[in-house]
Ligand binder design. Structure first.
Ligand SMILES: [Zn+2]
Length: 319
């Protein structure tokens, strides 16, 4: 939680005594505060995605002129929070989940000069290097095109962000995938916000999915149990089925699929360092479950870093 003009602002967490809850984006691990919030600060797209995918209406939409939301590049509607605390003479930026590489379905990250950078720590290890994103994207397109000649292809991925990025990638090589209900609901919000996505789903009105699945097809699902799904589909369709996952964690773990692609919507360690330098920050406070490891690794790179705490914001020392 940070404090600004006597307003206590929670950052993507449910905090008992917050006055305002900043929700950086609509991924489920960031929306805990929404249901019982006194006031939610989030982009209109984030609100729409939460309302659509959680079947709730957010009652307390709070805007505040003194708090600025800037693009985070992570997914549709994802924002960083920028606070210019004139009384304390300090600019504070909270990144939320962020991505510095270009995305097909999210606006590019905005870089603002800051004094304190509260930074997401999803990938805290220097060993995680996503490499050239374009190469990963081309590998996905080439592999899918090749496997589609042999039969059915099924991807498992997250319903929001990654699924839409995958649909856009497939559309580029002329593939119109079949998606499950969670992905369909989230994609509807993307389309409503001007993102071009071409897909079909059994859960949409006037769907032509039955026609599409008569031929070889690409499915995009949130189902994690791809080995069971693979044998079921092989039985029903009497075709070879190839499975894959698209996640940054493909750099860390081996998945039980035919292929795995490290398509990430986060910055890796090297990109995080570049981002820190671009903001000209004096201090980095690492945030999230890997905060301690991330701070230690940043310190080894010469950064003035520490795990986030309220006190740490004001214990400002320059590098
Ligand atoms: Zn996220």
């Amino acid at each position: 939680m940070i404090q600004f003009n006597n307003i206590r602002i929670s950052l993507d967490r449910k905090e008992a005594n917050s006055d305002l809850d900043f929700v950086s984006h609509a991924h489920s691990d960031h929306v805990a505060a929404v249901k019982s919030s006194k006031g939610v600060l989030a982009s209109p797209q984030t609100m729409q995605l939460i309302e659509e995918t959680h079947s709730i209406t957010i009652q307390n939409k709070a805007e505040n002129e003194n708090l600025k939301m800037v693009e985070a590049g992570h997914m549709l509607g994802s924002k960083q929070l920028y606070v210019d605390d004139l009384a304390m003479g300090m600019r504070i930026t909270y990144t939320g989940d962020f991505q510095t590489a270009k995305s097909r379905t999210a606006k590019s990250i905005e870089i603002v000069d800051t004094d304190v950078l509260i930074m997401d720590s999803t990938y805290p290890e220097p060993s995680v290097d996503f490499g050239n994103k374009h190469d990963v994207e081309t590998a996905i397109q080439d592999w899918t095109t090749m496997m589609l000649k042999q039969g059915i292809v099924v991807f498992s991925t997250y319903a929001m962000g990654k699924a839409q990025e995958l649909i856009a990638l497939l559309n580029e090589v002329g593939i119109r995938p079949v998606v499950n209900s969670n992905i369909s609901r989230a994609s509807r919000v993307y389309v409503k916000n001007g993102v071009n996505l071409d897909y079909t789903s059994a859960y949409d009105d006037n769907s032509d999915y039955e026609e599409v699945i008569r031929d070889n097809f690409v499915g995009v699902t949130t189902n994690r149990n791809l080995s069971t799904l693979k044998s079921e589909l092989e039985k029903v369709h009497k075709k070879k089925v190839n499975t894959a996952v698209t996640t940054g964690f493909a750099k860390r773990f081996r998945f039980n699929t035919d292929a795995q692609f490290p398509l990430s919507d986060h910055a890796d360690f090297k990109q995080s360092i570049e981002y820190i330098e671009a903001t000209k920050t004096k201090r980095v406070l690492t945030y999230g479950p890997n905060a301690i490891t991330f701070a230690e690794n940043l310190k080894k790179e010469g950064c003035n870093a520490a795990p986030f705490s309220n006190e740490a914001i004001y214990a400002l020392q320059t590098c």
